[in-house]
Write a protein that binds this ligand. Structure first.
Ligand code: COA
Length: 174
């Protein structure tokens, strides 16, 4: 885990959600509600926004993380970027998808992905794309069941100071 302290993790997540222009921010998020409670969210943006949101997200996360976590966060960000295939034009990119653990298996994740797909189609895009860590087998199973297929993969081997990173790019046509 990059940021071990739960309070620091929450601080970073909150700052990144509340700030404008970030990849995980409220402007780019759809939430699922159940009885007024947020039970899931998806953050997405069309491919041309990637360059801009990438820089802004990094800056906000680092600002919220503070000096203690800055170096490991920068290191991890660089590794993930190296492992990430370029996002081709015509894609709606899903940066983050999560459902409250107590509400999983009820179709909420599927509905969030469907909402993004409808939006991508309405915007004249070709596909919804995302990256998932190779070891996240539960999420990969979910995406396959929802009609996503693997289109690329990226690997950065382990070094003396950094762990291996393996990301799978998956897409679903709209
Ligand atoms: C992946 C995730 C968004 C799916 O949301 P969900 O609302 O449970 O999805 P659905 O109810 O539409 O589909 C459930 C399917 O997801 C898969 N799944 C993955 N993790 C699961 C979990 N912890 N609990 C239940 N289902 C899970 C199962 O294959 C399940 O299919 P099944 O019902 O046939 O067993 C959710 O499990 C999650 O938030 N995971 C943690 C965050 C994550 O890994 N996000 C993806 C990062 S790229």
């Amino acid at each position: 885990m990059i940021v071990g302290d739960p309070a620091a993790r929450l601080r970073i997540a909150r700052a990144t959600y509340m700030a404008r222009g970030t990849a995980f921010g409220w402007e780019r998020s759809l939430v699922a509600e159940d009885g007024g409670r947020v039970v899931g969210m998806v953050a997405r943006f069309p491919q041309p926004e990637w360059g801009r949101v990438r820089l802004r997200t990094g800056a906000v996360m680092l600002g919220a993380a503070g000096a203690r976590y800055a170096v490991p966060l920068i290191r991890r960000g660089r590794l993930e970027e190296r492992a990430m295939a370029p996002i081709p034009p015509g894609r709606m990119y899903v940066m983050s998808l999560a459902v409250d653990p107590s509400c999983r298996g009820r179709g909420i994740g599927a509905r969030l992905v469907d909402a993004v797909t409808v939006e991508a189609r309405a915007g004249g895009l070709d596909a919804v794309a995302l990256d998932v860590a190779e070891q996240n087998s539960g999420a990969i199973r979910f995406y396959v069941r929802e009609g996503f297929t693997k289109v690329a993969e990226g690997r950065v081997p382990m070094t003396r100071t950094t762990p291996a990173v393996a990301m799978i790019r998956m897409e679903r046509g709209v």
